[in-house]
Design a protein around this ligand. Sequence first.
Ligand SMILES: [Zn+2]
Length: 166
Amino acid sequence: MPEKIVVDVNNEYVSVGEAARTYGVVVDPVTHAADIDATNEKRAEIRAHRLKNASAGTKAPKVELNGAKEIFDWGGSLQLVEIGSGERFWKCGGCDHVLGESTHDWKSYAARGDAPMSNGQPVKFASKTKEFGLREFYCPECAELLEVLNLNRNEADVETFRYLGQ
Ligand SMILES: [Zn+2]
């Protein structure tokens, strides 16, 4: 992942400052190489900051996931798994924290925080609007970023998807 951000910095889609602030990737401004130690430190700092400023979701049920079978993987950060009883649950791909039953909107169990639109746009095109913004959903345990919605702050949250099939 740091390598992808370095490519974006070289292509000027992302500035050195944006790479650190948004992606937690610390890039040397002269050589454009990623500093791995500084990146790990920056990412830990971002995760701590996310949870400190987020509002907590509903506490998810405790479920034993030992031997659970993966049904669906959404970009490595959110996964749907099936346990021995046949019940399916959402879980964080980063730490295996359970995010509720498959039939529920997992976002209700996630921590959420608001961010300005400019956090999600290339610096060249960053919008300064206050009406629209980003709503970020994190794992309440490890602060992994699970989803980012771009929305009108005056409207209710949208449910991105829900698992209906068996
Ligand atoms: Zn997690």
